[in-house]
Design a binder for this molecule. Structure first.
Ligand SMILES: *Cc1c(COP(=O)(O)O)cnc(C)c1O
Length: 436
């Protein structure tokens, strides 16, 4: 195992990591996965409490998803999607259209490329509509939409953004409806409405040069699972309509049941102009993303000139294996009535969470659907790493974001698993972990 860690350190550049830290804090070597468990080469098991960066829905090595991919392997592993098509991509596009109320699925391989696609499509729509000056974008403070250059331009997380700021296009940010920011005594809804007023004020001034407003509906994940009232989405939809600005819903993290509904926007009864999907789309199996949009947007690209069409491509667009994994995931949602089952599970898990939620070091305990989060204001620098180590020693893989600890376990987690996780989280709340 030492050898594997050494080889990894020498050959692999790990994401979002100061590689030097791996000298003292080596990564977890994972030999296999089984349901919600990550298993190291010595057979030790760790509960994958954050679903492998929020992608896994139905556990590792899920027999039903495995079977779908194996079946597809015997047919066609990949074919380019320009000039060719195949059953898995057609079937997936039909089903996603049915679920989102938006058709015309355009595919990428990861979340950031979905953001790029939505931004380009929106600006190109306005160009095709003769409004060439509408090329700007607005996003929420603390929003996260990926880290390629275009996506990073609408991301607002200083740690990821400041270093690369000179490479980025200027974009505007409007106040986040994050419920934690409400004034003392102010409800989450009242605060959300004040933020929506700020959005309106911004668009009233800048609509002529703004193509789209992009947001993470209901939960800003990378900001530290910041949750906000659905009324913000409702008002954002109204305001975007009034000022003729597209609304892009980045459901990359929150889609596929994470917030308790299949898509977060459903909780506000709004339909965005574009929806970005990835992460849970393949159940955490294969890289795939999709952007779906309205008939009106699609129609603006339809014509005789090539330059009017959407000029964007990735080699692995609509990969058949990934599409089959996604179709298997949608089958599981249907066959197991997952959204309804999670409703009960969510309540029970929240009860199990109470010892942590009511812990004296914990502030802002919050939960939406299958996401639980809380803040530890007394945490000193290095807390996230200390917590990660402590929880790991207690058999759970958890990665706090700054002072925020969250659990976003796969949907196949049981009550007993949840109790195991709560024990590990409690170990992470020991005084020596919070401050050192
Ligand atoms: C993870 C994430 C992305 C980026 O997806 P990648 O696959 O990591 O590029 C974009 N938006 C949101 C909301 C995300 O959580």
């Amino acid at each position: 195992m030492d050898t594997l860690l050494n080889r990894s350190r020498a050959a692999v550049w790990h994401p979002c990591t100061q590689m030097r830290q791996l000298e003292t804090a080596p990564p977890l070597a994972v030999a296999r996965g089984e349901g919600i468990w990550l298993i190291d080469p010595d057979g030790r098991r760790y509960l994958d409490a954050i679903s492998s960066w929020w992608v896994n829905l139905f556990g590792h090595c899920n027999p039903r998803i495995n079977a779908a991919i194996v079946d597809q392997l015997g047919k066609i592993e990949h074919v380019m999607l320009a000039g060719a098509t195949h059953e898995p991509v057609v079937a997936l596009s039909e089903r996603l259209a049915h679920l989102t109320g938006l058709g015309h699925a355009f595919y990428g391989a990861d979340g950031a490329s979905a953001t790029e696609i939505a931004l380009k499509m929106s600006a190109h729509y306005w160009r095709n509509a003769g409004q060439t000056e509408k090329t700007g974008f607005v996003s929420l403070q603390n929003g996260y939409h990926g880290e390629t250059v275009g996506a990073l331009s609408v991301t607002d997380i200083p740690l990821f953004k400041s270093t690369y700021a000179p490479l980025l296009r200027p974009t505007a940010q409007v106040p986040t409806p994050d419920a934690r920011r409400a004034a003392p005594g102010e409800s989450a809804e009242a605060w959300a409405l004040r933020c929506a007023d700020a959005l309106e004020a911004h668009l009233a001034e800048h609509a002529a040069t703004t193509a789209a407003f992009i947001l993470e509906p209901l939960v800003q994940g990378a900001a530290g699972m910041a949750m906000y009232a659905p009324v913000y989405l409702k008002r954002a939809r109204e305001v975007c309509d009034r000022y003729r600005v597209h609304l892009i819903a980045d459901e990359i993290a929150v889609g596929f049941g994470r917030t308790g509904t299949m898509f977060a926007c459903e909780q506000a009864g709004v339909r965005p102009d574009f929806v970005c999907l990835s992460k849970g789309l393949t159940g955490g199996y294969l890289p795939l993303s999709a952007v779906l949009t309205t008939d009106a947007v699609y129609a603006a690209f339809y014509g005789d000139e090539t330059a009017r069409g959407f000029l964007h491509s990735h080699s692995y667009t609509g990969n058949p294996l990934a599409c089959r994994a996604a179709l298997a995931v949608l089958d599981i949602f249907e066959q197991d009535d997952v959204i309804a089952a999670n409703r009960d599970k969510g309540e029970i898990f929240t009860d199990i969470m109470q010892p942590v939620f009511t812990h004296s070091a914990v502030r802002h305990p919050r939960r939406l659907g299958m996401i639980w989060a809380f803040d530890v204001p007394a945490a000193t620098p290095g807390f996230a790493d200390r917590f990660h180590r402590a929880a790991l020693a207690a058999g759970a893989f958890v990665r706090p974001v700054g002072q925020t600890v969250y659990a976003m376990p796969p949907y196949v987690t049981t009550e007993e698993d949840m109790r195991h996780l709560v024990r590990a989280l409690t170990v992470g709340l020991a005084p020596g972990v919070i401050a050192s």
